[in-house]
Design a protein around this ligand. Sequence first.
Ligand code: SF4
Length: 1009
Amino acid sequence: MRRQQAGRLASAWALAISGCSGNKAVNSSNIDANHRLMAKAYHCDRAIGWCSTASSYNVELSPFNMAATRREMRSEQELLQELGRNIDGAAIITSTVRAARALRQQYSRQQQIAGRQGWRSPQILAWEPWLKTLWDAAILCGAETRILLNNAQEGELWLQVLAQDEAGTQTISMAGLAKQAQQAWQAMHRYRIELRDVRNDDNIDAKAFSRWAVELEKVCRRAQLLSPSQVESELSNLVRARKVPLPETIFLVGFDRTTPAQELLNDALRAAGCQVELTELESSIGERISGSAVTFARTLEEEIESAAQWVRATLLENPNQRIGVVMPSLGEMRDLLDAVFRRVLAPSSMEIHAANARLPYEFSLGTPMDRLPAVRTALTLLAWLDKSLRPEDASWLVVHGGFGTGASDARAMLDKKFRERDFQLGGKVSFSNFQEWLTRGGTDEDRSPLRRCLQRADVAAKRVDLKQHRSYADWREAMEELLSAAEWSLLTATDSAEYQLLRRWNALLNELSSLSAVTGSVRFSDAIKRLKSLAAAMLFTLETRNAPVQILGISEAAGLTFDRIWWLNAQAASWPARGHAQPFLPWSVQRAAHMPYADPAADAAFAQRVTRRILNSAPAVIVSCALQESDPTTASAHAPSPEIAISPAVRSALPDVPLIAIGEVLSSQILSTIQSEADAESSALEVVDEEPAIPFQGIQVRSGVRFLKDQAACPFQAFAEMRLAAEPIEEGDGGLPAKAQGIILHEVLQRFWDEMKSQKRLLESTEDECREILRTHIHHALRRFREHADESWQRALLDIEADRIESRLMDWLEVEKRRPDFTVVKTEDTLEQMHLGGVELRCRIDRIDQVEQGMVLLDYKTGKVDSKACDGERPEEPQLPAYAVLRQDSASDEKPLAGIAFAGLHPRNVDLTVVGSVAGVFPVVPGARSNPRGNLSAEGLRQQQEEWRTTLTRLAEDFVAGVAVVDPKKGRETCRYCAQGLLCRIREAEGVGGSSDEIASSIESGSFD
Ligand code: SF4
């Protein structure tokens, strides 16, 4: 019997130390049975899928016990040599997965340097995966039968417990509450707090939590499950009972402090005869701290720029050095750091086609899976098969692709066409509607790949039947089938980075399917929701490529050593890191347990320890802080002094090191390198004469006289929109788009006046008759929108819009009734093949009325208009003057022009706005100041026409000549309504140039070029 047990233990330890590689030596039938049991319980592809998900267990270890256990100071080399001397009996357990990986790589490097061709794999694991291997070994030996939950499974159980509790169901976000409760539960076990101590407190939240915790314990007991928070204490019992296999020596590396639960296990390990050493890595004794400097920069940007320049110079000096850049709150600063380091260390990687360039630096911090484009594609596509998407999500999916085939520019055009499709009312986009639109569009080359791909996904979705209730494991299989049908591109990974991501995706699906062990059937929408939340919580980081520069957060740097370190952002506000105590655990209990953020003295001591650990991990460390976070011209006028700004924890660790300005730290060699590069750059610049403008080569310009309006507003805008066809996408954001409203008003008024013909008849008609005519035409104009209104809210919206249009037009008819007698001669009249300043164009006027004095031109406007909009050298609304001028040139001109006006149809301004007319053409409002433009003589109006001709001809000639200067008429106000900001790069120029006010004033003054 004892021999059998010993055999089991030996096999289990073999499995444990093999890092769950499916050791073939383990062939006991019992072991196989237990193995299958685990596979079934976790619903993983492979029974031992834990290694692939190991890093998801990489939760922060809350440091605690600093004084109780003596620490051995060792260099990395010494530690690895010690391990090598006892390769079968010793193991290194690190606080983070990254530290374990780095030590494994360093061990391999040492073996290679020693000239070895092959060597035994060292036992180097992170804490949580190691606990998991011990627990699995206990199960394989038959010493345990309880299934160890993963974090996702435990989270699911918390949701179930809260769903049964009255307080839980009353919360706004049960998922958020479950997360808080799970964190409190984990903290409680790490710090070995008894549940009765929580229950006995008067705090209402603590009482609610203890009630939930009791329920969770019951669920776990009934189902033979074990929370990961309890594994240390349970393993300590197994270790004391000699029921798990153990190495002879364990080196614990990178533990800034150990929790009481960890201490409990460590004590049990020692009692079982295992030698446990808490090891602190240091660079080389004697050199440390003496090579340190403490420095300050004026701004955060200057601090990061200096660090990047220093890293570059250090690497140029010796490319084999390992450099660490450490920063608290790295997550918030990552993008800024990446931008500066990329520019300084690898400028060639900024080229758009060099996305996969190998960079000399790596970030320790992973990215949440749901933020990665390939994963976002999968999540969005799966969600779309079930529910309609927001327009922006549908658009992102089509443009980004990542599934099916089709060129990216074709997909972008397809998206534009979809967003600008006729008769849309906005709102969410259903999968079936989009598919139908793709099919309706015929067999265009650009639509076929996407259409075929979505059809296949649709067929697969129907086969799977998304309306069913299934287990998470079944939905996982369905998701794989759906993504395969849609030809999700990650499934055919072509390079190492994609392959790593695919592995991580499979780990995510494993985690999802593992929920089947603790819950029943769910709907597809619930499975998608859960997958999204798991993806948001799971991080992905590419396996290290051993880049010489590692950019790390404070905790990720534990257990690592470097040749050089720069510690950024070490100001008092950032270090020690701020946090908060557990809201569900009584404060007094937390304080008694010395939990983080509950005991200021313990927190301060911990900060001191971590500070010293970082300073010890390289022979030379530069610590820096910024006095201000941003540009001093916009930041607070009173920057703190350097002595106040620097973290007190750093200052007390390096009391004798002077605090100096950042420029003094950069060696003269670095400064001279920067200077010589700047000189080389400036000497490389050459003065180039402005290139001559490229004249307009076409004959007829697009979009009627709009080019005149754009040329007047900003010549570059006209160039971009009329010659490069760089038009913005016009789409509705829910409701009748403004452009569609304009078209409908024009159409209704055209039909109304084609029927009514004259003011006389209008005055003879009753209000009801007019209303009835309008209603008929409004109904006709909206009919195509109604045909596309699939949802009830869209039909209700059209009813409201019809009422609003009717009411607005009834108000307008009142204005028409007040005018002197007129007859409508033409509606929507088009002048073809007209010429102005060398441009051929066509032009359309909304209405021509005949009055006693001559002809009146009317332009319907749904936006606000100003009577001065047609004035000056750069008129804002040149259409009416253009039509007046062009009509004069046309053969159809028989009657003299008597006046032109805007017919204002803005909801809050339904009125006439006279641009120019001879006296008596438009009504004079009693009591209003006389409008000088409405009181011109016939000669005055003719002269005005000639002025317009001169202005418009000059604008047209500029356009033909290719004048495309960036010159917005009213500075930022003009730019606000222009979509060409990316192309003209005015915003980029604002960022580079002086202050925004300076830029604005230079634009205002017209000097910006
Ligand atoms: S964004 Fe401003 S400067 Fe650029 S093209 Fe448009 S109006 Fe001109």
